[in-house]
Write a new protein. Sequence first.
Length: 459
Amino acid sequence: MTDHFRPISRRTVLRAAGAAIALPFLDAMIPGRLLWTRTALAATRMAVATTPARMLFVFLPNGVDLPSWPGSATRALANHAGQYSVIRNLCHRNAEALGDGPGDHARSAACFLTGAHPFKTSGGDINVGISVDQVAASQLTGRTRLDSLELGGEPGMTAGSCDSGYSCAYSANISWRGPHTPNAKENDPRLVFDRLFAIGPEGESAQGRTRRLQLRSSILDAVRGQAAALSSRVGVSDRRKIDEYLEGVRALEKRVQASTNVGSDSNPLDIKAPHAPADYRERVTLLSDMAVLGLQLDQTRIATLMLANEGSNRSYPDIGVKEGHHDVSHHADDQSKRTKFAAINAWQGERLAHILDRLKRVDEQGQSVLDHTMVVYGGAIADGNRHNHDDLPIILAGGSALGIQHAPQRDCSRGTPLCNLYLSMLKKMEVKADRFGDSTSALALDSIEPPPAQPTPST
């Protein structure tokens, strides 16, 4: 077999000047794609069969305005009909007080992906379960350059008291690689960009990084020759895909370079202090785009994104909400506050729509990255005013190539643990797990079951 017919490795990267640019999936990466002994259909089936399953969790804080939800979130999802389900009646019992008194915000974030009740402390003896993303990451370790990717619109915290005697580590993290160790999330898009493209030497100082960035106009300048050589080896379709991808990387790089004061929110430990730097929307958009890019390039198969920390009192003046998020969530039936709370929920739903748009746009042999990615969007507080933890606001999107079937609304039995959904997702990832958190059984995702009969109230 000549070099012309030898498939390109899925792990091919363009390397130069401290950068490593991974490539999207190309036709030329399919074994036998160019051989007359393999039909295009057979090769495509092979590609689909070997495309990895992925998970992305998007966390929204402070619950929702129940009367207007899920409409406030799904209005932006018109282009994704049939690709998502609102799942009703899922709960997190371990986010309840269970004798520990106030602290629902901290418990909700800590419990969201762990299904565990956090030990109440504001000291260093934090304790909660391992999160579902890290259960998967621990079994898939080594298959991608990054086992997982943790992102957030607000800074991460590991110390201090943020909610009625609970450590800030609980409020600011949803990914836990061990009971005592949250996975530090990154809220600076510039650092995430460097991490995805392996830019700069390990242990580089802040001064060294600044100096290097000043000297470098674009990572693409360093690999332009390699990109041209690769393009000469592939077909027309792949050349177009490479060109579009590199143009997209350059556009993203320019946006990252243009972002300023990212991650510089004042009062990071004060979750009640309103603060809304003008770059917040772009920051969340950049982080969302880089989460999608990491999944697309198979740099990682597992990602988490906290739109904001639990209990955040960020204001949203660009949508007419000058008051703090936490303040309007405690509306006490004040219609003005409820309207503003619903507007924030709608803004959050638009972030989900943006992510799904991006995942759907990327083609993988006739399917999209969304078809192979399970996206969970929601939180562990339902009514932001009451702080209840049943009938949580949960949307599951994507995963059609994994056998997931969607309906506009899936109704579970009341009190179904959210961990039942997570257990099903672990199985889709081919992760060995008989139970997770407080799960009772895997949620059926491959079929649409009729709504369960609910008990009739006695008269």
